[in-house]
Design a protein around this ligand. Structure first.
Ligand SMILES: Cc1ncc(COP(=O)(O)O)c(C=O)c1O
Length: 342
């Protein structure tokens, strides 16, 4: 029985054509700034996001953390959603690496609204931490793949500028937000000082993320990347996968969104199942009344369907569609789920 792996869009394997592009990549020592393929990828992503410069880093976690590191000093505070990836799933990096704390809002579907954020900005008095950054995540993972309306991001950008703060955009799945809305990446990115994007999620590359922003901040980010051990050498091999992904996998993201909607409809029809969030992109959250997520995922695994228990609630599972899941796989997963949960 083939396994249908719906745990995450990070589980994709590089295609044969992507591997060929990687094998052919022209490379150099990127710590010297001499890898032509990395340089091409950085220029391309900077242009896509309308930023002066971009920097290749190994992971989305490093992209978020070097961004937050260059924008803050120890003792500073960021304002973000309580389920934000940068404070929930990055091993405490914000506190451990930069000595920075987070002031959080339990935002609906993880999408911040300017009034709640403004209420949390500290007055300029020496007894308080200094609020420096508003952090947003688009799409929002724990919010069920929720997409920020552009107007909301514009309002948050306006608030950040008015209060002398930076906006950081965790765009690990910004490509999905753009595919769902038709908004250009640069239009979302315009409102943010720094933006992180991932190549290894919906785009299907084996590794790699980028930080984009003003040139001098990207220079600072390069220093922090080196400090964290993220300065790699002939890393054009990975950058080539990223360029290939932008050329060949960006335009197909709507297929993942269609598959996610189909999967969600089928799962919602199972006994006791409910969708806590509308499905806008490639993430599907499902709660099963009277069953624990651990039990459901074990039953599904017995039928060769993998899903992730979502830690924020004991009854919630996350299913993710991606490059390695076809429409036929979705239909097969639904047949198997019906057997597993009857
Ligand atoms: C919204 C978001 N930001 C950042 C990351 C971190 O990416 P990585 O796993 O490459 O460190 C993830 C990973 O899933 C994510 O979902």
């Amino acid at each position: 029985m083939n396994v249908i792996d719906l745990r995450s869009d990070t589980v994709t394997k590089p295609t044969a054509a992507m591997r060929e592009a990687m094998a052919r990549a022209e490379v150099g020592d990127d710590v010297y700034g001499e890898d032509p393929t990395v340089n091409r990828l950085q220029e391309r992503v900077a242009a896509l996001l309308g930023k002066e410069a971009a920097l290749f880093v190994p992971s989305g976690t490093m992209a978020n953390q070097v961004s937050l590191g260059v924008l803050t000093r120890p003792g500073d505070e960021i304002v973000c959603d309580s389920g934000a990836h940068c404070i929930s799933f990055e091993s405490g990096a914000l506190a451990a690496l930069w000595g920075v704390q987070a002031r959080t809002v339990a935002a609906e579907r993880g999408l911040l609204d300017p009034a709640s954020v403004e209420a949390l900005i500290r007055p300029d008095l020496y007894v308080y931490p200094r609020t420096r950054v508003i952090e947003i995540e688009n799409t929002h993972n724990r919010g069920g793949g929720a997409v920020y309306p552009l107007e909301r991001v514009r309002a948050l950008g306006e608030l950040a500028r008015r209060r002398g703060l930076h906006l950081h955009l965790d765009g690990a799945r910004l490509w999905n937000a753009c595919a769902a809305t038709g908004v250009a990446p640069a239009d979302y990115a315009r409102e943010a000082t720094t933006v992180s994007v991932c190549l290894s999620k919906g785009l299907g590359a084996p590794a790699g993320s980028l930080v984009a922003g003003p040139r001098e901040l990207v220079t600072d980010a390069r220093r922090l990347r080196k400090r964290l051990g993220g300065g790699l050498r002939q890393v054009g091999i990975l950058a080539a996968a990223g360029l290939f992904a932008l050329d060949h996998h960006l335009a197909r993201l709507p297929e993942d969104h269609d598959n996610a909607r189909r999967l969600a409809e089928g799962l919602a029809a199972l006994p006791g199942a409910a969708l806590p969030f509308p499905v806008e992109t490639n993430l599907v959250f499902v709660a099963f009344a009277g069953r624990s997520a651990a039990d459901v995922s074990a039953r599904l695994a017995g039928e060769g369907v993998l899903a992730s228990p979502e830690g924020s609630r004991p009854d919630l599972l996350r299913f993710v569609t991606h490059l390695d899941v076809s429409r036929a796989d979705v239909d097969e997963a639904l047949r198997r789920a019906a057997r597993a949960l009857r």
